[in-house]
Design a protein around this ligand. Structure first.
Ligand code: SF4
Length: 82
Protein backbone atom coordinates (compact mmCIF):
# COMPACT_ATOMS: atom_id res chain seq x y z
CA UNK A 1 0.00 0.00 0.00
CA UNK A 2 1.35 3.39 -1.00
CA UNK A 3 1.30 5.79 1.94
CA UNK A 4 0.79 8.73 -0.43
CA UNK A 5 -2.98 8.26 -0.62
CA UNK A 6 -3.13 9.61 2.94
CA UNK A 7 -0.59 12.42 2.45
CA UNK A 8 -1.39 16.12 2.26
CA UNK A 9 1.01 16.52 -0.69
CA UNK A 10 -0.38 13.76 -2.89
CA UNK A 11 -1.80 16.14 -5.50
CA UNK A 12 1.39 18.27 -5.67
CA UNK A 13 4.14 15.68 -5.30
CA UNK A 14 6.66 14.86 -8.02
CA UNK A 15 7.30 11.40 -6.58
CA UNK A 16 3.64 10.45 -6.50
CA UNK A 17 3.32 11.79 -10.04
CA UNK A 18 6.03 9.31 -11.07
CA UNK A 19 4.20 6.50 -9.27
CA UNK A 20 1.03 7.37 -11.20
CA UNK A 21 3.02 7.22 -14.42
CA UNK A 22 4.41 3.81 -13.55
CA UNK A 23 0.92 2.52 -12.78
CA UNK A 24 -0.53 4.17 -15.90
CA UNK A 25 -3.04 5.99 -13.73
CA UNK A 26 -4.52 9.41 -14.48
CA UNK A 27 -2.55 12.16 -12.78
CA UNK A 28 -4.01 14.19 -9.92
CA UNK A 29 -2.07 17.12 -11.36
CA UNK A 30 -0.22 17.74 -14.59
CA UNK A 31 2.21 20.08 -12.86
CA UNK A 32 3.56 18.66 -9.59
CA UNK A 33 5.53 21.29 -7.69
CA UNK A 34 6.51 19.58 -4.44
CA UNK A 35 9.72 17.61 -4.00
CA UNK A 36 9.44 14.88 -1.38
CA UNK A 37 12.37 14.39 0.97
CA UNK A 38 13.85 10.89 1.02
CA UNK A 39 10.92 8.88 -0.33
CA UNK A 40 11.46 5.13 -0.04
CA UNK A 41 9.95 3.21 -2.92
CA UNK A 42 9.22 -0.49 -2.86
CA UNK A 43 9.21 -2.00 -6.33
CA UNK A 44 7.44 -5.32 -6.84
CA UNK A 45 7.97 -7.16 -10.07
CA UNK A 46 5.36 -9.66 -11.15
CA UNK A 47 5.59 -11.77 -14.26
CA UNK A 48 2.71 -13.29 -16.14
CA UNK A 49 2.73 -15.40 -19.26
CA UNK A 50 2.59 -12.29 -21.42
CA UNK A 51 4.17 -9.47 -19.53
CA UNK A 52 6.27 -8.18 -16.69
CA UNK A 53 4.46 -5.84 -14.31
CA UNK A 54 6.19 -3.40 -11.99
CA UNK A 55 4.35 -1.98 -9.01
CA UNK A 56 5.79 1.01 -7.20
CA UNK A 57 4.73 1.80 -3.65
CA UNK A 58 6.05 4.61 -1.49
CA UNK A 59 6.54 2.93 1.90
CA UNK A 60 8.32 5.74 3.73
CA UNK A 61 8.97 9.44 3.23
CA UNK A 62 10.37 12.22 5.39
CA UNK A 63 7.84 14.64 3.91
CA UNK A 64 4.79 12.48 4.68
CA UNK A 65 2.14 14.64 6.33
CA UNK A 66 -0.91 12.70 7.30
CA UNK A 67 -4.20 13.75 5.73
CA UNK A 68 -6.27 10.63 6.06
CA UNK A 69 -8.31 9.88 2.94
CA UNK A 70 -6.99 12.79 0.87
CA UNK A 71 -6.77 10.83 -2.38
CA UNK A 72 -10.34 9.54 -1.93
CA UNK A 73 -11.64 13.06 -1.32
CA UNK A 74 -9.90 14.30 -4.46
CA UNK A 75 -11.42 11.52 -6.56
CA UNK A 76 -14.82 10.82 -5.00
CA UNK A 77 -16.40 7.58 -6.14
CA UNK A 78 -13.23 6.21 -7.72
CA UNK A 79 -11.40 3.11 -6.56
CA UNK A 80 -8.53 4.07 -4.29
CA UNK A 81 -5.16 2.78 -5.56
CA UNK A 82 -3.72 -0.03 -3.49
S1 SF4 B 1 4.34 10.57 1.24
FE1 SF4 B 1 6.10 11.62 0.30
S2 SF4 B 1 6.16 10.82 -1.78
FE2 SF4 B 1 4.11 10.39 -0.99
S3 SF4 B 1 2.83 12.14 -1.59
FE3 SF4 B 1 3.61 12.54 0.45
S4 SF4 B 1 5.44 13.77 0.09
FE4 SF4 B 1 4.97 12.70 -1.83
Amino acid sequence: MCICIHCAYVDRCETYHAVETQHQQPHLTATPNFTAQAPQINVNIRTTADEILMEWDVVGCNSFTQDQGRWARLRPGETVPT
